[in-house]
Design a protein. Structure first.
Length: 211
């Protein structure tokens, strides 16, 4: 089924008074930035009987605030119940989509290298974009002597075991140990390891214990 796109004056359109979708100031700022950068690339969906906007209420608000006078619309001849159901469906299906952060990170880095990051980062805050620009998605290469992990603990049950950590593993331990020492400042590294492991098993259950 195909629908014709037509133009209507914004003064003819009515924001849905029963719209269940709330548009925060941040959301409206992102919509406004997108409209300024790209123009209207999606038509509003409007009900024929009363000119209520079924899909695109946030865009309609921002268009009016920008001083626009008309918009592209698709007009549907459907009853109120069908219009309400469609409104919820349009919002919900978009909400259920998920980001592929590895691909998003690559796109952000590409646009950043071109000096055009602002075009891609509409609606994103610096604290969200920065980690994606800095992310390294290559697998971490394990280094150091990990042979101690391969030994059967029953063979040397009474002997202390030494494990050499990679620099990245040591940094992760230091962060975790610092959190533990916030409670008990004089705790040594061995006790920190025990507390961290106990907390891990409390969170994930006995099934998480190495066999």
């Amino acid at each position: 089924m195909s629908y014709d796109i037509t133009k209507k004056r914004l003064s003819e359109l009515v924001e849905d008074p029963e719209n269940a979708r709330h548009h925060s100031e941040r959301n409206k700022a992102a919509i406004t930035a997108s409209l300024r950068e790209f123009g209207q690339v999606e038509p509003l969906v409007v009900r024929l009987a009363n000119s209520h906007v079924i899909g695109g209420n946030g865009r309609l608000t921002c268009m009016r605030e920008l001083g626009w006078t008309e918009a592209d619309v698709i007009v549907l001849d459907i009853d109120e119940d069908r219009a309400r159901a469609l409104s919820v469906a349009l919002n919900r299906t978009a909400e259920l989509a998920e980001w592929d952060y590895k691909r998003l990170s690559a796109m952000l880095k590409h646009f950043d290298s071109l000096g055009k990051l602002s075009q891609l980062a509409i609606g994103w805050q610096d604290y969200e974009v920065t980690p994606l620009l800095q992310a390294n998605w290559e697998p971490v290469k394990l280094e150091g002597d990990l042979s101690e992990f391969d030994k059967d603990p029953k063979d040397e049950a009474d002997k202390p075991r030494t494990v050499k950590l990679t620099p990245a593993q040591w940094r992760a331990f230091e962060v975790a140990a610092e959190r533990v020492r916030m409670e008990v400042r004089d705790m040594d590294d061995g006790e920190c390891v025990r507390v961290i492991c106990d907390a891990f098993m409390d969170q994930y259950g006995e099934g998480a214990r190495p066999q």
